[in-house]
Design a protein around this ligand. Structure first.
Ligand SMILES: O=C(O)C1=N[C@H](C(=O)O)C[C@H](O)C1
Length: 293
């Protein structure tokens, strides 16, 4: 199982490949994963936003975890597995967290409960119950998707819970980050790719980054530059990655990412499950020229 000290470096949220029929494509999944496993990344997130969690069933999560373990064995490369279990119901979050523990996950990623707009106290209790399950919990704060913003006090109280090992922060709020880091709190991983370098410079301990699915080696190198204090090199590298990162988030993640992975031959198809739909012709053109360059 993961602990606080392990939450450092590059974590990759993995996609869920589908056939044009929208059925799971495990053959592509294993090929795509085998490619990813050659890089010096620190862990994988299954069933996150990038994995299209809203349309993936729990039976499919079980298949994805099994296929991940099988691929790791055949590639002779073990990596921690983090499973997304957060929903907007505390009861189902607990059930899924228990099941993820039974599947042998190393930690779970629990998003703040979306849609119903609970009170800060309710959210704190939600995480207390999830953490009580006994598998390490990484809190996922992404107000742009959930419609819910945690106060700095609530973030602090949630991070103080026993069993919570860190935060994936997609707010890009460097003020809050600085405050948390100065108060010696648990590790904060960046979840907003476009502000990755800024977040690292303000004390984030790494990132869970959809764009690290592409040019993974450069994201690994970027993190190494930062840990070695080579900020000029880090800035230079980040500048070179920025057009790609920008394009990958120009339309809803993971649609552009799946297009790139299919273009690279790692997936048979860029298919998504509705209501996610294929990228526009303009973005296709832009990604084509980015990949060519
Ligand atoms: O699936 C994830 O984890 C991520 N999702 C974010 C999003 O799509 O909002 C982006 C981040 O890179 C990782």
């Amino acid at each position: 199982m993961l602990n606080e000290r392990d939450l450092t470096g590059t974590f990759v949220p993995i996609i869920t490949p589908f056939l044009p029929t929208e059925d799971l494509d495990l053959e592509s999944y294993q090929r795509y994963l085998a490619n990813l496993l050659q890089y010096n990344i620190q862990g994988l997130v299954i069933n996150g936003t990038t994995g299209e969690a809203p349309t993936v069933t729990w039976e499919e999560v079980i298949m994805l975890v099994a296929a991940t373990k099988q691929t790791m064995t055949s590639c002779n490369r073990e990596l921690p597995i983090i499973v997304g279990t957060g929903t907007n119901s505390t009861r189902s979050t607990i059930q899924r967290t228990v099941l993820a523990a039974e599947l042998g996950a190393d930690a779970v990623l629990v998003v703040t409960p979306y849609y119903s707009r609970p009170s800060q106290d309710g959210v704190l209790e939600h995480f207390r119950r999830a953490a009580d399950v006994g598998i390490p919990v990484i809190v996922y704060e992404v107000p742009a998707r959930t419609g819910l913003q945690l106060t700095p006090e609530t973030v602090r109280s949630i991070l103080d819970l026993q069993g919570v090992i860190g935060l994936k922060d997609s707010t890009s709020n460097t003020q809050l980050l600085t405050r948390l880091v100065q108060s010696d709190t648990k590790p904060i991983l960046c979840g907003n790719d476009q502000s990755y370098l800024d977040m690292l410079a303000h004390g984030a301990s790494g990132g869970i980054l959809a764009s690290a699915n592409v040019r993974t080696e450069l994201f690994v190198q970027l993190f190494q530059h930062v840990t070695q204090g080579e900020m000029t090199e880090a800035q230079h590298l980040f500048n070179s990655l920025s057009p790609l990162i920008h394009a990958l988030f120009q339309e809803s993640n993971p649609a552009p990412l799946k297009w790139v992975l299919a273009e690279q031959g790692l997936l048979d198809s860029a298919s998504l499950r509705l209501p996610m739909s294929p990228i526009s012709a303009e973005l296709t053109e832009q990604l084509h020229s980015l990949l060519r360059s």
